[in-house]
Design a protein around this ligand. Structure first.
Ligand SMILES: [Zn+2]
Length: 269
């Protein structure tokens, strides 16, 4: 039998499916894969939390700093005083498994963060905004609440997932996970975690000063001030609405019977 070479039929390499449908399938497929990876990673963080105690975490992250954090001099007066305030507040959490370290991030955006190993970061912007020690103590107490509930580790896990996702989208390398993921950690705290951290922050402030006067004053100011809108929006993207938050705290303090008037402690700066 003689072999007769024939031309292949036209279009055998062309799919019958419409290109848009194929593109859609690809996007849906990739999204599904990402969602699965994200869920698995978040689940793994829960497993890690179960097996790695806060004490182990403190040891593991001893002396750790995010690479892209721009810190101030270790003799900075506001740094020393904020550290001293954290040390005093922690006395009201006797079995705290962390040795809390404070660092000031040289950023104008008012914010505070809880990072693994007991690292508390406050921004220059926040220290510029607070008008009394009581206001600052509440923000710090709130961060201590995140450590107590270990929200910071959960959120960091989510931050890493999001960094990988952004890296996949933008092609940037993932090696520089530092303050960017730290920033994302706050964004991914849920409202419920925020409310619990607020409750703890108030409790700490009440123990320290014997009242909760001015504890949420910062949020009242932010809730009603138009010229702080940029800061406000930035802050709101990571934390609950300032107005709601102040009202919720007021209610919580009333329920607990915490005194809402009392002497305000001024800041030294
Ligand atoms: Zn928070």
């Amino acid at each position: 039998m003689r072999f007769v070479a024939r031309q292949p039929k036209e279009g055998i390499n062309v799919s019958d499916t419409h290109p848009l449908v194929e593109a859609g399938t690809l996007v849906v497929g990739l999204t599904a894969i990402f969602v699965i990876i994200a869920v698995v990673l978040i689940f793994m963080v829960e497993v890690v939390l179960y097996f790695v105690s806060a004490e182990d975490e403190a040891k593991l992250f001893d002396g750790w700093l995010p690479e892209d954090l721009v810190t101030v001099s270790y003799t900075d007066e506001r740094l020393l005083e904020t550290q001293a305030l954290v040390d005093r507040l922690v006395l009201h959490w006797p079995d705290a498994p962390y040795e809390f370290r404070v660092e000031i991030d040289d950023s104008e955006q008012a914010n505070a963060m809880a990072l693994p190993g007991g690292l508390v970061i406050v921004t220059q912007g926040l220290l510029d905004e607070v008008e009394s020690e009581n206001e600052l103590a509440f923000v710090l107490g709130h961060e201590l609440g995140h450590f107590k509930n270990r929200d910071h580790v959960r959120a960091l896990g989510r931050g890493v997932v999001l960094s990988i996702f952004f890296a996949a989208l933008t092609g940037n390398d993932v090696a520089g996970i530092g303050i960017k993921s730290a920033d994302l950690t706050l964004r991914s705290f849920s409202r419920r975690q925020e409310a619990r951290a607020d409750d703890f922050g108030l409790q700490v402030v009440n123990s320290e000063y014997g009242h909760v006067n001015e504890a949420w004053h910062l949020f009242e100011r932010w809730g009603g001030k138009d010229d702080s809108i940029i800061d406000l929006v930035k802050y709101l993207s990571t934390h609950p609405d300032s107005g709601d938050r102040a009202a919720t705290m007021k209610r919580h303090a009333e329920e607990k019977g915490w005194q809402s008037d009392g002497e305000i402690t001024p800041l030294s700066w």
